[in-house]
Structures are given as structure tokens and as C-alpha cells.
Design a protein around this ligand. Structure first.
Ligand code: PLP
Length: 450
């Protein structure tokens, strides 16, 4: 059998089991990794040493026939599962009718339908508009363009530990130097950084943290120069930091009073991941603009900016767009994804998955003082690993536990400014049994890693 021929087909028909039939990585994956080294730029590195052949439900099957439990969803993308049946059906039908016309040339209904859905699903019942793009970074860039066009101001504030992407402007917005920014400057100007509420490390209430943050912004930037605040309601790459209660509402209130556009970057936290359509809902905030991407289209590339009609429409005709933005295959996938979330009750499922994660990881923390913090909402949960005596970040432990889990057939991702956070983002199509087994492997990895 050729290396390119999947041993099995994807989708929910895959056996839902952890199965190791070779060492990890197996011989076929090692062969492909050799080809990767010779053909693919070194800058594009990979977490797992195995190559995928099929995926669905809660597993990824590799080219050697190993079946791995997926606790990462390809970074919060396959929320409805890999090759989810409705997505496969919708994309298959679309690919047979037309693949591309460019919405800016000959528009099509799918684009408009996704805009209508996102206008309805994002927080707030005011009049909204949506524009579609390809990646999360592109959505964030466009949200900033729109905020500048609306306010006629330039400055943008991003936060400590933020991650907004890898393009020039979004690198500037992103906080972490390695690996995202180092050597890639100069970065876009007029981007300023403000402190984030980080309850585990700053010990401040939401109100105290907001007061400090607003003071920094007023002193160092000035509302009269500030077009937008860009913030993840729950940070993704930065370590799944959930701000203290009251922090986000205070910032929204300040932004609104000062003609500053409040942009919620929900690229990772949005679309059912946290048990609500958007993480902003947990604190009842209504952002002016919301960016959506990762989980919205079942694995096809699609992103969006959605927000107040008067802000969105501030950009002149022809000022927004792109060749592929809102591609017909991606919009078909998005409509099927949103429908699957509703028909399969995945908001509830995200909360149930979250309870399983929180209970198990909370028990782990009770018995292991290296687990400093367990946090998150819904199926977006993380543990922050520390030196028990000093609370100093322990990145080596996170790396070693992840490596042990990988070797045992469980896909788990690390994150955090200090690299000391393990994050859990299982597909919501995973079974309780498989999730429990994945957590068993993880707990065992902690016991093994001393
Ligand atoms: C992943 C991510 C992005 C960037 O999305 P890409 O599709 O990789 O460009 C932006 N913001 C947040 C919060 C993300 O998690």
C-alpha cells in the first residue's frame, strides 16, 4: 500500500479506541518525517511525530495504523469531530456544483447564509454585519482595519500573553517572542500592550485588575488615540487564562465610554468550545466586533469578523475582501458545522466534557502539588504546572508529560507564555470512555514523570 493511501476511511465509522501497533513514531511516519525534513521549511514544526491517515470521533489514526486519542482537535478546530457527517455531505455536494467564483465577482448564497448565522449567534441583539476571510489572523487584521476606519484613530491595545496570529500586524499584537516573533520584525506600529487579569499569578480581583489596566492605557496611549482593544475572553496560546470576574465588563464599559472599539478575539474560544456559542457570554459582555475562525467550519479554512452594523459598514466598498474569503466549500462546511452543533446538542456536550475534565484534573491537583492551577470553561481546560515551593513555571514538566502522553497514544498540547501549561481541547464527538482513557494515560504520565 502506498504511503498516501489511508489505511482506513475517516469519520465516525473509525474504531473508537486507543491502539498502538508500532512504537511511536512507527516506520512509515519516520519515513515521511525524513521526506518532511528534506522538503518542508524547518520553521513549520510539528507537535506529534506521527503522520495522520484518518480521523473521526475522538481518534486520529496514523499511517502505521496506530489509533491515538485526540485531546487537541487540531488546535480547537474539529469541535464537531473530524469528517463530521453533515460537513462531509455538505462539502461533497458543494464541490460537485462549484468550487469558487470569488464572492467579490459573482456572489453566492452560502456566504450570505453564514453571515446571517453569525450575526444571530454572536452576543447582542443589535443590528450586525459580517465579513468572511480565511484565517484567524486575517480576521483579526480586518477587525483592526474596520475599527480604525470607524474611529479614525490609529492605536491598538493588546494584552500580556495574547496570541492573535503570525502575520505582521498580528505578530505585533501577539505577546510571546519565541517562537512567534523572534527575528521577524520590524512589527506594525501603534500597537501597545496592557496588563491582563491573571488570577493565578496576580491575585487581583477583576475590578482591581481592570482599574490598573485602564490606568496604564490612559497614561501610555490615551483614549483619544486609541481605535481598539483586542482581547481574547479566554486566552488560547497564552495559557487558557480566564480573567477574574468583572475584568472584561469593566473594559467593555470603559471602551464604550471612550469611543474605543472592543474587539473580542474568539478565534479559539468561540463556536461551542466553552459550552456557549461565544466565551463572551459567560460574563454577559457584548463586544463591538467578534472574530471567529478555528471551530467554525469543521476543519475547512474560514474566518469572520462580525459586529455592530455602523462599525462594520465604516469600511468603504471594496476596502474589505480577498480572493478566497468565504470560499463556497468553507461556507458549506460552516453551515453544516453550526447545524451539527445544534442538532447534536454540542453546547451541552461541551459543558459535560468540561465537567469530566475539571473533576479528573482537580483530583490530579489534589494529589500532585506540581499542578498549580486547573482552569478553563467548558471543553477548554488547562493545567498550569509549577515548582510547588516557589510557584515558578515548570516548562520541563509540561514538555515531559506531553511527550509521555504522546508515546502512549494520546495527543495533548502545551501552551502558555512560560510553556508550562497543558491544554485540553477534545473534539466534542469524543466518547466519555475514550476521554476517560485519555485522562488515565495523562495521570499515569504525571506519575511517571518525577
Ligand atoms: C489561532 C488563533 C489566531 C490565529 O488564527 P490562524 O487561523 O492560525 O491565523 C488568532 N487568535 C486566536 C485567539 C487564536 O487562537
Amino acid at each position: 500500500m502506498s504511503l498516501l493511501t489511508p489505511a482506513v476511511t475517516g469519520g465516525p465509522a473509525l474504531a473508537q479506541e486507543r491502539r498502538l501497533v508500532t512504537e511511536i513514531p512507527g516506520p512509515r511516519s519516520r519515513e515521511l518525517a525524513e521526506r518532511q525534513r528534506a522538503a518542508v521549511a524547518r520553521g513549520v514544526s510539528t507537535t506529534m511525530p506521527v503522520f495522520a491517515a484518518a480521523a473521526g470521533g475522538g481518534v486520529v489514526v496514523d499511517v502505521d495504523g496506530n489509533s491515538l486519542i485526540d485531546l487537541g482537535s487540531g488546535i480547537a478546530v474539529t469541535t464537531v469531530g473530524n469528517s463530521a457527517p453533515k460537513v462531509v455531505e455538505a462539502v461533497t455536494a458543494q464541490v460537485a456544483s462549484f468550487t469558487h467564483t470569488c464572492f467579490m465577482i459573482t456572489p453566492y448564497e452560502g456566504y450570505v447564509a453564514v453571515a446571517e448565522r453569525l450575526n444571530a449567534l454572536t452576543p447582542g441583539d443589535h443590528e450586525k454585519r459580517t465579513a468572511l476571510f480565511n484565517s484567524g489572523a486575517e480576521a483579526v487584521e480586518n477587525a483592526v482595519k474596520i475599527a480604525r476606519a470607524y474611529t479614525k484613530k490609529n492605536a491598538v491595545v493588546a494584552f500580556d500573553h495574547a496570541y492573535h496570529g503570525r502575520t505582521n500586524l498580528t505578530m505585533a499584537l501577539t505577546a510571546k517572542n519565541q517562537p512567534y516573533k523572534s527575528g521577524f520584525g520590524p512589527f506594525a506600529p501603534e500597537v501597545y500592550r496592557a496588563p491582563l487579569s491573571y488570577p493565578f499569578r496576580d491575585g487581583l480581583s477583576g475590578a482591581e485588575a481592570a482599574k490598573h489596566t485602564i490606568s496604564v492605557i490612559e497614561k501610555q496611549v490615551g483614549a483619544e488615540n486609541l481605535a481598539a482593544l483586542v482581547i481574547e475572553p479566554i486566552q488560547g496560546e497564552g495559557g487558557f487564562i480566564v480573567p477574574a470576574e468583572g475584568f472584561l465588563p469593566a473594559l467593555v464599559e470603559w471602551a464604550r465610554a471612550n469611543n474605543v472599539v472592543f474587539i473580542a478575539d474568539e478565534v479559539q474560544s468561540g463556536i461551542a468550545r466553552t459550552g456557549t456559542w461565544y466565551a463572551s457570554e459567560h460574563e454577559g459582555i457584548v463586544p463591538d466586533l467578534v472574530t471567529t475562525a478555528k471551530g467554525v467550519a469543521g476543519g475547512l479554512p474560514l474566518s469572520a469578523v462580525t459586529g455592530r452594523a455602523e462599525i462594520m459598514d465604516a469600511a468603504h466598498a471594496g476596502g474589505l475582501g480577498g480572493t478566497y474569503g468565504g470560499n463556497p466549500l468553507a461556507t458549506a462546511a460552516a453551515l453544516a458545522t453550526l447545524e451539527t452543533i445544534e442538532s447534536d446538542g454540542l453546547l451541552d456536550r461541551a459543558r459535560a466534557v468540561g465537567e469530566i475534565l475539571m473533576t479528573r484534573l482537580g483530583a490530579l491537583q489534589q494529589g500532585d502539588p506540581r499542578v498549580g492551577d486547573v482552569r478553563g470553561r467548558g471543553a477548554m481546560v488547562a493545567v498550569e504546572l509549577v515548582d510547588p515551593a516557589t510557584k515558578d513555571p515548570d516548562a520541563a514538566l509540561a514538555k515531559n508529560v506531553a511527550a509521555a502522553a504522546h508515546a502512549a497514544g494520546v495527543i495533548v498540547l502545551t501552551c502558555g507564555t512560560y510553556g508550562n501549561v497543558l491544554r485540553f481541547l477534545p473534539p466534542l464527538s469524543i466518547s466519555d470512555e475514550l476521554l476517560a482513557e485519555g485522562l488515565d494515560v495523562l495521570v499515569h504520565a504525571f506519575e511517571e514523570t518525577r
